[in-house]
Design a protein around this ligand. Structure first.
Ligand code: IMP
Ligand code: MG
Length: 174
């Protein structure tokens, strides 16, 4: 039977998001932050983070998916849902659930830089640095974790467990 082992408890996650929210509020003093939530995994983190940022925030959403297995190494991702707002002149923060190989975010950052944003930073809930194949500069990281498959706080296993209010590891999978 599938069970979930708690890796990072709810209060720890909340506390850390508050710290990152404070840091962003300081770093963006006198500016506005345009948060781009990467769907679906980034949605819980984006909401919690946005509530803790004290400078003016605007939000947009994007959904991407990797191409099939054979083209995976190219790092090209397909845009499933594009942004609604233009990026020209904006200070953008891409908000992700997890940076794993780094392919998604390095591609996304390149792509969005071409749209005239003034600045693009990356903020992630989780980072698995040991899995990186594509270098990507992550500006804000809540937690670095070992190479384990995690769920909760937006992250899924076969579309389940996104709603868990903590980060957990799936166990007992055949
Ligand atoms: P990357 O392009 O390899 O960095 O892929 C990142 C994407 O893979 C994330 O946005 C997640 O959707 C997914 N992913 C990577 N590791 C995990 C995990 O441990 N649990 C759930 N999804 C993951
Ligand atoms: Mg994702």
């Amino acid at each position: 039977m599938e069970t979930i082992r708690v890796l990072i408890a709810e209060d720890e996650v909340d506390k850390r998001i508050s710290e990152i929210g404070e840091q962003i509020s300081k770093d963006y003093a006198g500016r506005e932050a345009h948060l781009i939530c990467v769907l679906k995994g980034g949605v819980f983190f984006t909401c919690e983070l946005a509530k803790r940022i004290t400078v003016p925030v605007s939000l947009d959403f994007m959904s991407v998916s990797s191409y099939g297995a054979d083209t995976k190494s190219s790092g090209v991702v397909r845009i499933v849902k594009d942004l609604d707002e233009p990026l020209a002149g904006k200070d953008v923060i891409i908000v992700e659930d997890i940076v794993d190989s780094g392919r998604t975010l390095s591609y996304l950052k390149e792509l969005l830089m071409g749209r005239g944003a003034r600045d693009i930073r990356i903020c992630t809930l989780l980072d698995k640095p040991s899995r990186r194949v594509k270098a990507v500069n992550v500006d804000y990281t809540c937690f670095s974790i070992p190479d384990e498959f995690v769920v909760g706080y937006g992250l899924d296993y076969a579309q389940k467990y996104r709603n868990l209010p903590y980060i957990g590891v799936v166990e007992g999978v055949e």
